[in-house]
Design a protein around this ligand. Structure first.
Ligand SMILES: [Zn+2]
Length: 258
């Protein structure tokens, strides 16, 4: 088993909009990064990053949400450059269905692993539009949270039934937002928390999103706050990776081109 990061690009957001107490002059590059989990029973990508159509996906956002972005190679291109055997890829497991996490599905012809709550959210929400476009033609692999409570989260889904990849329902940002917990055989542990926080300060300082962004970006701010507290309590035991915090991926190897 192994873990790789596939950075597909970044977009610019001011810290003042990302978390309470962030400075306006503090420009952050938000990561759009897919994570490849290699597992003997089949590999998974956690999120898909930017796709080939990133320009159109940005244009599909409300004016206020559009940001200057810089696209790198897509996850699909990085897999090919590394000589990756696509038949090993069982699907893309989504932390949630927002555009900056799903765009890369436009080049990845594999099943989408998603829970029913998030699928419903994506079908109805205004910000599910990019997902509705890029998910067309994909097999949908629905999973439920039928496994035991996990690290303070009430319900979970143990993907390989071996504790290596455990998905917990966090909710709050979107109805079916999840945290993907990964434990490598050497004991290293990770929590990919999606957009529960946009930057690590959301966890390390419990600095939640500013009021306006909570109202605009979250479906249940109380649930986000509860999730952040739970994750903060785990920070000493594992590497916490908010999807958009570039530095939080440190130590996770890139997929090397052959
Ligand atoms: Zn996001």
């Amino acid at each position: 088993m192994a873990l790789y990061q596939l950075p597909t690009g970044t977009y610019e957001t001011r810290a003042a909009f990302a978390f309470k107490g962030g400075a306006f002059r503090d420009k952050r590059r938000f990561a759009a990064t897919a994570v490849l989990v290699r597992h003997p029973k089949g590999d998974l990508l956690v999120d898909a990053g930017f796709g080939a159509d990133v320009a159109a996906h940005v244009r599909a956002q409300p004016r206020l949400a559009r940001a200057p972005y810089s696209a790198a190679r897509t996850a699909s291109d990085q897999l090919d450059a590394a000589g990756y055997d696509r038949s090993r890829l069982s699907g893309v497991l989504l932390t949630h269905t927002h555009w900056d996490h799903v765009g890369g599905l436009d080049q990845l012809d594999v099943p989408i692993w998603i829970n029913p709550g998030e699928l419903r959210y994506a079908a109805e929400a205004r910000d599910g539009r990019v997902f509705r476009t890029v998910s067309k033609g994909h097999e949908i692999r629905r999973y439920d949270f039928t496994d035991a409570p996990y690290l303070g989260f009430a319900s979970s889904f143990d993907v390989y039934a071996d504790g290596a990849v455990v998905v917990a329902l966090a909710g709050g940002h979107t109805t079916g937002s999840v945290i993907v917990f990964i434990t490598l055989p050497d004991g290293r542990r990770y929590a990919f928390i999606g957009d529960l926080a946009w930057q690590l300060e959301g966890v390390t300082r419990l600095a939640e999103r500013p009021l306006l962004m909570r109202k605009l970006a979250d479906s249940d701010e109380g649930q986000v706050r509860q999730g952040l507290r739970r994750v903060a309590a785990l920070a000493g035991r594992m590497q916490i990776v908010p999807s958009h915090d570039l530095g939080s991926y440190d130590g996770i190897a890139p997929l090397v081109a052959r």
